[in-house]
Structures are given as C-alpha cells and as structure tokens.
Design a protein around this ligand. Structure first.
Ligand SMILES: C[S@@+](CC[C@H](N)C(=O)[O-])C[C@H]1O[C@@H](n2cnc3c(N)ncnc32)[C@H](O)[C@@H]1O
Ligand SMILES: [Zn+2]
Length: 287
C-alpha cells in the first residue's frame, strides 16, 4: 500500500533502498522506508539524529551508515534534530509521579484523575475499533500505537522522526497486529488511494504548515466509510477560531461524526512541572 510520495507510483525494495522507477531511490533504514518528497534533503538535515536513532536501535552497521551518508551528501548545511518531545513517562509508559505536596497538589491530583478518565487518550481508545489497515500519523513515543496494534490487523506507524518510528514500532510489535514503520510527512501521504480503514492523528495536526493539505491527503487515503480520528490542543490551527479544524475537515469532504472539546491532556515532566492542555477531538468519516 506504500507508494512514491512524488508520483504515486509503485516502489521496489532493495537492501538499503526502496526505489521508484520514475523518481529514484528512498532510504530504507532499519527496515523503515523514508518516503518524503526530498529524501536527500531529509538525510542532510537530520543526518546526526538519524545516525543516533539508528545506533540506539542497533541498526547502525557500516553499510547502513554508508547509505545514510550517501543520501546526506557532503553539504554541511543547517542540521536539525528530530522534534521528539516526549516526556520520560510517555517514553516508557510508566506511571507519572504525583505532584509535590502543597496547595497545588489536590486540584492537580483531581485534574490528573479527570484526564485519566476523560482525556483525549481515553476518547481515542474508545474510538479505535477493528480495522484491516490503520495508519497512525505522528506516533511519537508510541502509546497509541500499542492500543491500535492490539485491535487492528495491520498497522502502519509513521512520523517525520525516524527515532519515533523505531520506538513506536517496537512498542506496537508486542501486540497482535502486523506492524510496519514508515517515515513520512503528514502533508504528502505516500499511500495507495482509498486503502485505509482508520487513520489516527493524535496531537499533530496543529504542528503542520498546511493542515488542509493533510486533511485532503487523509481523505484520499481512506476507503469509503473509513474514519479519521484527530485530536489537537489548538483546533484554531493558529487562526484564532476554534472551529477552524472542523471547517477544514468539512471542506475536505469529511462528515463530522463526533466533536468533543475541553478534554484535559496532562504532560507530566516531573512532580513540579506539569503541562496542561485542553484538547478538541474529532471523529471524521470519509464518504
Ligand atoms: C506532540 S507530538 C505527539 C506524539 C503522540 N501522537 C502523542 O500524542 O503523544 C507530535 C509528533 O508529530 C510529529 N510530526 C511533526 N510534524 C510532522 C509531519 N509533518 N509529519 C509527520 N509527523 C510529524 C513529531 O515528530 C512528533 O512525534
Ligand atoms: Zn515516483
């Protein structure tokens, strides 16, 4: 179901590559294809993060490193790190610590309970049902990937960060689904048209330059009746109106099945540092 992100053509796999006959090669790193429109630019920009992630996951042998170097080229332009922003508790799935004792502890403890019972994660978990093929966009450290992989037959975990894909793939692979990882940009989905039953995008749409492009692409990749589950702490998408995401979804010809708002999402960094977001969640159906 994976396709060339530039022409939509079929891909052939080789040792450290997948290749489109018309457009050329894409890297295949630790069995994860990097299907972005400019694979050379991606490798040049993220070279150090790519190599570090490969070393962390035990796939940085000499030939694999040479493949990354070949794509990255000699240019010493601006290097960037992946946008991996998970907390250590999100990374491990371990319970987050309670807030330090003091006047802030009781309300925060209460809010943590509400977030566990009625937060965006619970909303998503309640909406993830059996599917033949599901795609998760912006998988991050992979908490949702694990839930998806317990309920669907085949799961594609994806992110712009190779490290996130490695982590999420490892977590999801403990479950029953056949799991595959892919690096992609949510705005250019390298997928066969109409191949997905379920697409999950948790807290990522607000980070995109062109959320409308993502919604168009998602609509094209979903089969008739397929569902897009999307949550975001910024449904205004920087535009100042809380109905922006819903309006863009309708313009992309999705039907809104459900909208929830104000769902508390708490990111516990430590017992003294907790980020609180109020999230909007949309269940969208492709016609
Ligand atoms: C705030 S994190 C959310 C991670 C996870 N879904 C969660 O809710 O904990 C956003 C994720 O989206 C990824 N991301 C950002 N821009 C992206 C893009 N254009 N295409 C695909 N993934 C992207 C980041 O690398 C990051 O892993
Ligand atoms: Zn192509």
């Amino acid at each position: 179901m994976l396709r060339c992100p530039r022409c939509g053509g079929a891909l052939e796999a080789a040792r450290f590559l997948v290749r489109c006959h018309a457009c050329g090669p894409y890297p295949l790193l630790g069995d994860v294809p990097v299907l972005v429109t400019d694979p050379f630019g991606y490798c040049a920009k993220y070279r150090d993060s790519i190599l570090a992630a490969m070393a962390e996951h035990g796939v940085a042998d000499r030939e694999a490193v040479a493949a990354v170097e070949a794509f990255a080229g000699d240019e010493r332009g601006t290097r960037e790190s992946f946008g991996d922003d998970w907390t250590k508790y999100e990374a491990t799935g371990d319970d987050a610590p309670a807030p330090v004792k003091g006047p802030g502890a009781p309300p925060l403890t209460k809010l943590m309970q509400v977030a566990r019972a009625d937060g965006p994660a619970q909303w998503l978990d309640g909406k993830i049902r059996k599917a033949t093929l599901a795609l998760e966009i912006g998988c991050g450290a992979g908490a949702r990937s694990e839930v998806l992989a317990a309920r669907v037959e085949r799961l594609l975990v994806s992110d712009l960060s190779l490290r996130a894909v490695f982590r999420a793939r490892a977590r999801a692979s403990r479950q029953s689904a056949e799991v595959m990882g892919v690096v992609l940009d949510a705005e250019v989905l390298p997928l066969k048209r109409r191949c997905l039953d379920l697409l999950c995008a948790e807290h990522v749409v607000d980070l995109l330059d062109e959320p409308a492009a993502f919604l168009e692409q998602a609509r094209g990749a979903l089969a008739k009746g397929g569902r897009l589950l999307v949550t975001t702490p910024d449904p205004s998408l920087g535009a100042g109106f809380d109905d922006t995401l819903e309006r863009l979804a309708t313009e992309a010809k999705f039907t809104v099945v459900e909208r929830r708002d104000g769902l508390p999402w708490l990111r516990v960094n430590s017992s003294r540092f907790v980020e609180v977001y109020l999230v909007q969640a949309l269940e969208l159906k492709a016609g």
